[in-house]
Design a protein around this ligand. Structure first.
Ligand code: IYR
Length: 228
């Protein structure tokens, strides 16, 4: 079917396909989706069960449907399944994390992390079948080598990561939003260009058979929403 096209000030616009539901159906869908999203949890105990590459490609394409400042799509996704590279990433991350847990993080931060029972050891970086490393592109380069600014880069890449986590959950997989600090070892190991900065390291896979996650409560609607 041909898409309807309209020219506005010389720019092509296409008719927006809007899926419309009754009020009742809108309530049902919004409630179902919330309750289903509420089941998503960050998981740290990964199984090494493989995932089809096509699934990884689909979830990344889904992430890239996120809105971005001036539609610059200022993101790059590195997909790591190579065992040697995963080992190098684990080693470098653990070196940084060891320093962080033992001397860089203040007591208040360490106390805040106690309910999560995290430590400097990151075995999931070798066990999970895929690591997705998301980079933000602070600027792009023209074919002639000139810098082209990107806008709202952190907001845009944050949104793409939110879409990515939702797609991972929808596919029946689990993820961890891991932020070893500092993360510049990822730029070096993955040989990324100067205009990219590491944003998140996301192991993706299946949980181990008997995975436990911290007993945490989400804030209530009254705590997070204000009506005017
Ligand atoms: N980056 C460390 C510490 C850490 C920090 C926060 I804030 C967390 O929510 C969880 C962990 C680590 O990954 O262990």
């Amino acid at each position: 079917m041909d898409k309807k096209i309209k020219i506005i000030n010389g720019y092509e616009f296409i008719a927006y396909h809007h899926e419309s539901y009754s009020e009742e159906e809108t309530i049902r869908r919004s409630k179902f989706f919330y309750q289903w999203m509420d089941k998503r949890r960050t998981v740290r105990d990964f199984s090494d069960k493989p995932i089809p590459k096509e699934v990884i490609e689909n979830i990344i394409c889904c992430a890239s449907t996120a809105p971005s400042g001036a539609h610059k799509q200022p993101w790059a996704f590195c997909i790591v399944s190579d065992a040697d590279l995963k080992t190098q990433i684990r080693k470098a991350a653990e070196e940084e994390e060891y320093e962080s847990y033992n001397s860089r993080m203040p007591t208040e931060w360490l106390d805040d992390l106690k309910p999560l029972q995290t430590d400097w050891q990151k075995p999931f970086l070798e066990i999970a079948p895929y690591l997705i490393i998301v980079f933000k592109k602070t600027y792009d380069l023209n074919p002639n080598g000139n810098k082209k600014t990107n806008y709202y880069v952190a907001e845009s890449v944050g949104l793409a990561c939110g879409f990515l986590l939702t797609a991972i959950h929808h596919a029946g997989l689990v993820a961890l939003t891991h932020t070893p600090r500092p993360m510049n070892f990822l730029t070096k190991l993955l040989k990324r260009p100067e205009n990219e900065r590491p944003f998140l390291l996301i192991p993706v896979g299946y949980p181990t058979e008997n995975t436990y996650v911290p007993q945490l409560a989400r804030k209530s609607l009254a705590e997070i929403a204000t009506y005017y």
